[in-house]
Structure formats: C-alpha cells, structure tokens
Design a protein around this ligand. Structure first.
Ligand SMILES: Cc1cc2nc3c(=O)[nH]c(=O)nc-3n(C[C@H](O)[C@H](O)[C@H](O)COP(=O)(O)OP(=O)(O)OC[C@H]3O[C@@H](n4cnc5c(N)ncnc54)[C@H](O)[C@@H]3O)c2cc1C
Length: 466
C-alpha cells in the first residue's frame, strides 16, 4: 500500500476559538493540505472583552503572518500601576464607619507598586500590548481564510469521539441537518473548558480529572470612551497606555484601554456567591449591578464611578473554573489543546497565549513527523505534550498563586507582600513584583521561552526517545 504523504493527512480541529484557529493556521503554514475546523457557533461570536497580547503570543502571531493586522488595533502597555486598598479602611467601610472622603480616597487608590514596561520590547522584541478579543480572533480567522487548505464547518457541534485511533472518528452534528460520522488521521480538540473531547478521552482511558472550584467569579466590563469623556479622571484612565490593578481583600479589578483607546476594558475577580449552588456547566450569568457595586463598595470613588457607568441589565458575571492537571493530553491520534486541557485563572493573562503556543508547537511537531503512520502520529503528539504540558500547568499554578498574593487580608503574608511593594517603590520598579505577570523574573520564563524553537530544534531527539 502506498504511504500517505504527511502533509496530505486529514487533520480535524474541534472549535474555532483562539487555539483552534491558531492550530488551523499553523498547520496550513506548514503545508498541510487537508484541514477541517468544526465550530458550534454560527460565526466567531466572541463575547466582547479585552485580551492581553504578551510577547510570547505576538512572536507566534508574527510568524503566522497575522500580527501586523492585530497590532494595528492594539494598545501598547507602557506601564502598570498596582493600587491598593487598606483592609483597615475596608473593614470600616463594611461597618459603615468611614471618616472623611479623604480617608477613603487615600486608603483605596494608593499606588502600591509601579512598573515601567518599556524593557519588555527591548528584551523580547515585542512590546506588551492589549487588544479586543475580536481583533485577535478576526486576525487569526482572516489568516485562515487566505489558506485554501482550511475548510470551516460552522453551526456544527462535535458530539462524541467514538474512536481515538488508529483513525479518530467523531460525530459532527450540523444545526440544520443530520449528524454524520467523520474519520480523520489526526484530531485536535480545542473545544474550550467544557470540552466534550476531553470528557470522552478521559472516559476511554478510565481516568478522571475533576473540575477545581476557584470559588471566584469575574465581571467583564467594556466602557465606551464617550461614557468616560466628561469626567477628567476617567478620561485620564482611558488615555493612559497602561494597566491599572486595584487590589483588595479577596477581590481585585484589572483595567486597560483597548481598540485604539476607544474602549476601556475592566475585568474583576471576586468571591463567587452566585454560581456556588449552580450546576458545574454554568459559566456565565446576568449579574446584578447593585450586587456588583456592593462587592466593590469600599473601592475608591473613581472605580465606583467606572462601575456605575455599566448600564443596568448589562452586567455579565463569569464563573472562573479550572481543572486538576490531566493525566495526559494525548490518546491515539487525538490531542487536546488550550482550555480543553489547561484552563487557567486569568491573573497571568496567558490563557489564549498558551492555547496559541500549543497550536504553534503542534504545527512544528507534525510537520517533522518521519511518516504518516498512526504510531508516528502518536509519538509526535507525545512530543507536543512533553514540550507543552509542564509549562502550561506551571502557568496555571502561577496564575492561582498570583491571585492568592493579590487577595490577601490582614496578617503576616500581607505584611510580607506589602514589604515587597515598598521595596519595589524604593527601587524604582526594579524588584520583585507581587503581581506576578509584571515581575521581570517571571516574564523571563513566560516570554523568554520560545516553545516553537524548542519544537523545531529538539524534535528529532525527543521523538527518538519517546
Ligand atoms: C475573565 C477572563 C479574562 C481573560 N483574559 C485573558 C488575557 O488577557 N489573555 C489571555 O491570553 N487569555 C485570557 N483569558 C483566557 C482565554 O480567553 C482562554 O484561555 C482562551 O480563549 C482559550 O482558547 P481555546 O481556543 O482553548 O478555547 P475557547 O476560546 O473557549 O474556544 C473554544 C471554541 O470551541 C467551540 N466549541 C466548544 N465545544 C464545541 C463542540 N462540541 N463542537 C464544536 N465547537 C465547540 C466554542 O464555541 C469556542 O469557539 C481570559 C479568560 C477569562 C475568563
């Protein structure tokens, strides 16, 4: 029987999110000729929200030829300011015993730490930027549309994975038609945190990995420039090309401008009360503006004025969920990608970046397979897992650790954190940053490691040792 050329293998992708689009594009750029993407939604209907475009993501997007378009709408982050709340004053606020407004303002908008981020571009060749999820998704999608080898099946949900190898088989269910069976050579499941492929894979392998309740939820808010323009302090915020993070006990808010400073993006984290009793598959809900204002009621007046701009009825709350690390991401000729295998808390701003790293490594690895046999595909996919799993899971843990540090209440740990902030101020922003995404040593690990280069250079050795 004639051996099938590697690049003519049929690769199916579940989900056209950040990971799925990047997988399709990375494979097309490597010359794969037969790529199919199945997506439940009728189009790229991304919920409006900002997204950080860190150098480890931009480097890959540039190689895939889509960075220029995404960069054109993005905002450069020149600095970050971490602003604090003082839990002594918070307690007074809870008890309704605040003194003067000066006390409130001084206590809750105090700059704990400030980091100038100019060194990021000098060090990693790409600046740290922020953008709208639409820009990122559309940039990737437009890149895919230029590739004849990629075929999209929108409005088509993958319902079940019946076989993982030698040829993966799954059921595709079009919204307007009858379900049908699809067989392929490689199946990449980038179907997000609620991945059906992950459930099917773990079941077939007879293993479990439970959802871990983060006990936290997030409001995601986008304000238009026109809503902020009449208030000089708020206008200054949207004009500021940087990140502000206001932190308090068990809660914080991160905010930055996106879309050429026409939109102010805010994302909060607070203890989950609304989802606690909800079934595990519930991820978003309409929130109450009153509840939101109460949760952050002791934050500074400027923040409260921002929150108050959210129109009644447009408060959206997200449950933040993660998983225990999975025993494996690979089964036969099937691999999990992105949130399907390493969902993360947002505090390192690396969820999409890590999904895109997965995709680019898959492109590099599959392009170097010695042949198209299912055994070689499985070995190649295990090389992908070896390069990616430990790193992605380390970042999931770092994001959780960052939240623990930011959300501290009174006690020894907070005293130590605040000592670090004081040292950061004393050293002009050049010391350990408790907000880990802004820490130069942490960035070395996140931005300074080029997984794709590792996949390109070390594939042969790793493959031979599998
Ligand atoms: C509050 C918050 C803030 C964040 N901020 C950042 C940030 O600043 N930077 C960053 O890098 N990341 C951030 N993230 C994380 C980031 O959004 C995710 O990690 C990223 O979108 C994961 O990409 P993915 O492709 O794995 O999954 P998704 O983007 O979720 O895509 C999954 C896709 O699969 C489709 N799908 C699902 N099931 C099926 C099925 N059965 N059949 C067919 N299609 C299916 C879905 O419709 C969807 O299109 C944030 C997340 C949150 C919650």
């Amino acid at each position: 029987m004639a051996i099938q050329p590697i690049r003519s293998m049929k690769v199916c992708i579940v989900g056209a999110g950040m990971g799925g689009l990047a997988c399709a594009l990375a494979l097309a750029k490597e010359g794969f000729e037969n790529i199919e993407v199945y997506e439940t939604a009728s189009s790229l209907g991304f919920v409006g929200a900002g997204i950080q475009l860190a150098p480890n993501m931009s480097r890959i997007l540039d190689r895939l030829g889509v960075w220029k378009e995404i960069e054109a709408e993005a905002v450069i982050l020149r600095d970050t300011s971490i602003r604090g709340t003082d839990s002594r004053f918070q307690r007074l606020a809870y008890e309704g015993n605040f003194g003067t407004n000066d006390e409130i303002e001084g206590a809750t908008d105090k700059e704990l730490g400030h980091v100038d981020l100019a060194y990021i571009e000098e060090t990693y060749k790409y600046p740290h930027m922020v953008g709208h999820r639409h820009s990122l998704a559309n940039g990737l999608y437009n890149g895919c549309l230029k590739e004849k080898s990629i075929k999209f099946y929108f409005k088509t949900a993958v319902q079940d994975v019946a076989s993982f190898g030698p040829k993966p088989t799954f059921t595709a269910a079009p919204r307007d038609g009858k379900p049908y069976s699809v067989t392929c050579d490689i199946l990449l499941a980038s179907d997000g945190i609620k991945s059906v492929a992950r459930v099917a894979m773990l079941k077939d392998l007879g293993v479990t990995a439970d959802i871990v309740d983060s006990h936290s939820a997030a409001y995601r808010i986008m304000l238009n420039r026109s809503q902020m323009e009449s208030d000089p302090e708020l206008l200054a915020l949207i004009e500021h090309e940087g990140v502000n993070r206001w932190i308090g006990e068990r809660r914080h808010i991160i905010a930055y401008p996106v879309s050429n400073k026409q939109i102010y993006n805010m994302s909060t984290t607070q203890p989950d009360v609304n989802f606690a009793a909800a079934p595990s598959e519930t991820y978003t809900t309409k929130g109450s503006k009153k509840a939101m204002l109460e949760v952050f009621g002791d934050f500074c007046p400027k923040v409260l004025r921002l929150l108050n701009l959210v129109p009644e009825g447009e408060v959206c709350e997200w449950k933040l969920r993660i998983h225990e690390p999975l025993p494996t991401w690979i089964h036969g000729s099937v691999a999990l990608v992105g949130d399907a295998c390493h969902p993360t808390l947002p505090h390192m701003a690396q969820g999409a970046a890590q999904a895109i790293e997965d995709a680019a490594v898959l492109g590099a690895v599959l392009a170097q397979l010695p042949d198209s046999s299912p055994e070689s595909v499985n070995k190649g996919l295990r090389v992908y897992e070896k390069i990616r799993k430990e790193r992605a899971e380390m970042l999931v843990e770092l994001a959780a650790a960052s939240a623990r540090g930011l959300h501290l209440g009174e006690g020894k740990a907070k005293e130590e954190r605040d000592r670090q902030f004081a040292e950061l101020r004393a050293k002009g922003g050049k010391a350990t940053v408790p907000d880990k995404w802004a820490d130069a040593d942490v960035q070395k690990i996140v931005y300074g490691v080029d997984c794709v280069k590792i996949a390109q250079e070390d594939f042969r050795d790793m493959y031979d040792n599998m």
